[in-house]
Write a protein that binds this ligand. Structure first.
Ligand SMILES: NC(=O)c1ccc[n+]([C@@H]2O[C@H](COP(=O)([O-])OP(=O)(O)OC[C@H]3O[C@@H](n4cnc5c(N)ncnc54)[C@H](OP(=O)(O)O)[C@@H]3O)[C@@H](O)[C@H]2O)c1
Length: 329
């Protein structure tokens, strides 16, 4: 089978397509033929060895695929050959193996896909969908004014919609271009601010009615995180779930004094520590159902042949994408 791997850390050029042995399903496992593999920002960080986990090399990135069941390992029953399934590799504790023609998975982890949900749409709902869903379930936006950073991205585009559905009074989208802000408004954001422009903190406060957003769901990192604290309302909550620019992050005495005197809180959020096998299945079932009923809009921002995974990484890092990027065979 073909697989995309990296044998050293570096830019997108280190991704190469190689011939690898097709994995064999062990007892209780199935072999799934990849029809779509999700691309996540975390994989661009891992490729540069800037992620929380350093993989052994060579490494095949990719933690989520959707496809059809190709063969069954010993002892597997109740799974039909050819059935359409999503494979949350991330739920096994692994962060590797998705950028390939085939992957094996424990039969108990497969999530059936509704007939009307495309393989690509399923990808948008896995890590990014669950992250957005869990964010609004764990830090409820009900009745509050919230700001979503990177609001046109994979997580952001779903978070805007789910925050609105979960009762947010006002959703303020933050992104780097007018097009991205327009896109976020189409998804339901009430207002938009360009957080790459000076003065955006005042704009965000004004958009919230004056005091600042009650909750900021933040993933941009660096200077933006610091500015988010300035924009946040007294007693507001800054929820940090990503740090695209973690190297540029500064958090010192002035920020701490601000937090103390404005009674603010800073909350960390990581999906894997919250996810149980039952929560994974019920969360995906909820996201799949909302999508097939047309109540959640999934945006596929780019579809790339597997062998062009490096282009997908370049696009994501180049900051020009909206929604989800997907690899296909
Ligand atoms: N905590 C968790 O469990 C969890 C789970 C999934 C994802 N995440 C995190 O969520 C964030 C979003 O992930 P995603 O896969 O959905 O990516 P994404 O949002 O689709 O893509 C990245 C977006 O981030 C913004 N950005 C800000 N600074 C950037 C920079 N220096 N370089 C590139 N982009 C930059 C860009 O939007 P603008 O141009 O509009 O700024 C860009 O489009 C990441 O930080 C990821 O690690 C966390």
């Amino acid at each position: 089978m073909r697989a995309v791997q990296f044998s050293r850390f570096g830019g997108a050029d280190v991704l190469e397509t190689v011939e690898a042995a097709t994995p064999k399903p062990g007892p209780g496992q199935v072999l799934v033929r990849m029809r779509a593999a999700g691309v996540n920002f975390a994989e661009t960080l891992m490729r540069q060895n800037k992620y929380a986990v350093t993989p052994e090399l060579p490494a095949i990135p990719g933690t989520e695929i959707a496809g059809t069941v190709e063969s069954l390992g010993d002892g597997v029953s109740g799974v039909k050959l050819g059935s359409r399934v999503a494979v949350p590799i991330f739920a096994t504790g692994s962060v590797l193996g998705g950028y390939a023609d085939y992957a094996v998975a424990d039969a108990g982890l497969l999530v059936p896909l509704p007939d009307t949900l495309s393989f690509e749409a399923a990808m948008a709902l896995m890590i990014q969908g669950l992250t957005a869903l869990y964010l609004v379930k764990h830090i409820s936006p009900n009745g509050k004014t919230v700001l979503v950073s990177a609001a046109a991205g994979g997580v952001g585009s779903l978070l805007v919609q789910l925050a609105k559905r979960a009762g947010a009074r006002t959703v303020i989208a933050a992104a780097s271009t007018t097009d991205k802000l327009d896109f976020a408004r189409l998804l339901g954001a009430d207002k938009g601010v360009d957080y790459t422009k000076s003065g955006w903190v005042e704009e965000a406060r004004a958009a919230s009615g004056g005091a600042g957003p009650d909750i900021i769901y933040e993933s941009a990192g660096g200077l933006v995180t610091k500015e988010c604290l300035e924009a946040l309302a007294p007693q507001g909550e800054l929820v940090i779930y990503g740090a695209l620019n973690i190297q540029g992050f500064e958090f010192g005495v002035p920020e701490l004094i601000g937090i103390i005197f404005k009674n603010q809180s800073v909350t960390g959020f990581a999906l894997p520590t919250l996810l149980t096998p039952e929560g994974l299945k019920s969360g995906l079932a909820e996201l799949f159902d909302l999508t097939v009923r047309g109540e959640l809009k999934v945006t596929i921002g780019g579809t790339y042949p597997l062998a062009r995974a490096a282009d997908a990484h370049r696009a994501l890092e180049g900051r020009g994408t909206t929604g989800k990027l997907v690899l296909v065979p």
